[in-house]
Design a protein around this ligand. Structure first.
Ligand code: GDP
Ligand code: FE
Ligand code: FE
Ligand code: FE
Length: 195
């Protein structure tokens, strides 16, 4: 793992150490994969590769933070109370950005927004948002039926990659009767619908 870090008062080594101590080995490997894939997607789309690599590396920083800590932050920092109807699958991006700002000392709004949007996506998506959202889905460690098609589509066109991923995720959530976060629906309507 490597990235030039101009976005935190911590050193790259300090960020790597904090990231590693905040999650298990499997999740850490996934974050390295997302970082590398983010770098690759950035180069293909004329985006700053080091910024993308950093955002991808830290995107799941809060994935294994204790639920009680999330609930406390949602209540005390005035997040939308509707978030309490969801769980860490949704919290680790939207609320996780708070932990990333506080603990990894990242203040760059573009990076923090990409973290917030990496699970649900949104109607508005910047280039970095799309890169991290897609890299999370297609990094080398991902192995689900459809991942090869997702990779092909995403490497050819970022917007098509977002549309494919959202359709695939909605499909999965509906099949398993999972509660759908409203932003995920809105994003699907924006990026996946062909009409
Ligand atoms: P990960 O953190 O690398 O596992 O990946 P993500 O952050 O993209 O997604 C975390 C989990 O949230 C996945 O299992 C997604 O399928 C799930 N997810 C995505 N959108 C929604 C949603 O609207 N509602 C619910 N309940 N889960 C969702
Ligand atoms: Fe995630
Ligand atoms: Fe994702
Ligand atoms: Fe992830």
């Amino acid at each position: 793992i490597n990235f030039v870090n101009t976005y935190s008062s911590l050193t790259s080594d300090e960020i790597i150490a904090k990231e590693k101590s905040n999650m298990d080995e499997k999740r850490f490997k996934h974050c390295i994969g997302v970082s590398q894939t983010s770098r690759k997607l950035a180069k293909l789309n004329n985006y700053d590769p080091d910024k993308a690599a950093l955002a991808g590396f830290i995107h799941d920083y809060a994935k294994q933070v204790a639920p009680e800590r999330f609930i406390k932050v949602i209540k005390e920092q005035n997040f939308d109370p509707d978030l309490l109807n969801y769980n860490r699958a949704i919290w680790h991006g939207i609320v996780g950005a708070y932990f990333i700002e506080k603990e990894l000392k990242i203040t760059d709004p573009e990076i923090l927004t990409a973290i917030r949007r990496h699970t649900t996506a949104d109607v508005e998506m910047t280039t970095l948002d799309k890169i991290v959202f897609i890299a999370d889905f297609i990094e080398p460690g991902r192995d689900f039926s459809g991942v090869e098609e997702a990779r092909k589509i995403a490497y050819a066109n970022l917007d098509d990659g977002v549309g494919f991923e959202l359709a695939h995720t909605l499909d999965f959530l509906i099949t398993n009767r999972k509660k759908i976060y409203p932003k995920t629906f809105a994003a699907y309507n924006k990026w996946s619908v062909k009409d």
